[in-house]
Design a protein. Structure first.
Ligand code: FMN
Length: 384
């Protein structure tokens, strides 16, 4: 059953919930309360934002095709990711600098996820450290650490070791950011990390001190100065040699890269176009998913993110072969509007919509969602 504590009436956040019934309302409120530059940083996509729209619109071009009388008295959302139990296949993607959304930032995100046994992924670029999130968020829900490979391999290695020591269950290697994409909103606002915040995973590292001083440069310049843009598939061998944790490749958008990642021994493939923030005019992730699922052919789990805004979107992704679905901006909107409780409410709304969509499609378990419940809308278009 979905999120049992809520059904038992023990949800510690419930009295704090906003009178919202859909995720889009959190987006609307976040737009009105966040400083303009922060909202621009969160919401924008690359250049003309065609792919940003596509990520969402492509879900609309897929229709659900229900099956009847299939015994859906109990709809079970629980599943496993990389062998660890979670309450739902809806998980939280890594997003940078969450304290710009809310003073409690990644710790609030972590607490909310821990409460509902939801998988959270912490960004390298976080404003709360690896240790702070694991110590303060507590709980037994799994956390993954998202890694950018930095020019300084000693710092990169230390990040991986710290994540492993702090109980993170996987390293998510983001492979779609050799350089930062052009986002006009950031160019206009000159968005940078506010002076009262730090990139917490780098605090106290001598090697980083000079770089940290540059935090007032524009963000993309800063990121580009730190990231190793020369990394190639060979670096996966190095990463594998320094950690026992499973490695997930995030940013795969075709069968070729999925196969290459598998040859290098990754344990999971994450279909993503970075929330359409990197390169514009890329395909929507939900449209790429079948190609990747087909190439992977059950060798490892496949995940997807990008444009997921309701439970029906999640169900479509599951039917097309995703083991789990990640949300980036929806969780940020929840955090911005209402901290821990806001994240919890967004997850709760998505989970309830997923549960209902499953019941209406005749799917009692997320572990067994048939592909046949999803069809392209074009199939029903009249050719007369
Ligand atoms: C504001 C913002 C910051 C992000 N920061 C990171 C990051 O630090 N590392 C990373 O791998 N992906 C990052 N992403 C991409 C997300 O992990 C995810 O791929 C994307 O948000 C999914 O699309 P959605 O926002 O439509 O759900 C970021 C996305 C946003 C919107």
């Amino acid at each position: 059953m979905a999120r049992a504590p809520v059904q038992d009436g023990r949800d510690p956040y419930r009295h704090l919930y906003l009178p919202f019934i859909r995720v889009e309302q959190f987006h609307g409120k976040a737009r009105s309360i966040l400083p303009r530059d922060v909202y621009g940083y969160f919401s924008s996509g690359a250049t003309d934002e065609k792919s940003l729209k596509e990520n969402q619109e492509a879900f609309g071009r897929l229709l659900l095709r229900w099956r009847c009388l299939r015994g859906v008295a109990n709809v079970d959302l629980s599943t496993t990711v990389q062998g660890t139990s979670v309450s739902s296949p809806i998980c939280v993607a890594p997003t940078a600098m969450q304290r710009t959304a809310h003073p409690d930032g990644e710790v609030a995100m972590g607490k909310s996820c821990a409460y509902s046994n939801t998988l959270m992924t912490l960004s390298t670029w976080a404003t709360s450290s690896i240790e702070e999130v694991s110590d303060k968020a507590g709980g037994t829900s799994p956390r993954w650490f998202q890694l950018y490979v930095l020019k300084d391999r000693r710092i990169t290695q230390r990040l991986v070791e710290r994540a492993e020591k702090s109980g993170y269950k996987a390293i998510v290697l983001t492979i779609d950011l050799p350089r930062t994409g052009i986002r006009y909103a950031d160019k206009r606002s000159g968005f940078k990390l506010p002076s009262h915040l730090v990139l917490a995973n780098f605090l106290g590292l001598e090697e980083f001190a000079t770089e940290n001083d540059k935090r007032f440069a524009t963000l993309s310049d800063f990121a580009d100065s730190l990231f190793d843009i020369s990394i190639s598939w060979e670096n996966l061998d190095w990463l594998k040699s320094i950690t026992k944790l499973p490695i997930i490749a995030k940013g795969v958008m075709n069968a070729e890269d999925a196969n290459e990642a598998l040859r290098r021994g990754v344990s999971g493939i994450w279909v993503s176009n970075h929330g359409a923030r990197q390169l514009d005019s890329t395909a929507a992730t939900i449209e790429v998913l079948p190609e990747v699922v087909h190439a992977v052919n059950d060798r490892v789990e496949v995940y997807v993110d990008g444009g997921v805004r309701n439970g029906g979107d999640v169900l479509k992704a599951l039917a097309l072969g995703a083991r789990a679905v990640f949300v980036g901006r929806p969780a940020l909107w929840g955090l911005a509007c209402n901290g821990e409780a806001g994240v919890s409410q967004v997850l709760e709304l998505l989970n309830k919509e997923l549960e209902l969509s499953m019941a209406l499609c005749g799917c009692p378990s997320v572990l067994d969602v048939p592909e046949s419940i999803v069809v392209p809308a074009a199939r029903y278009r009249s050719t007369l």
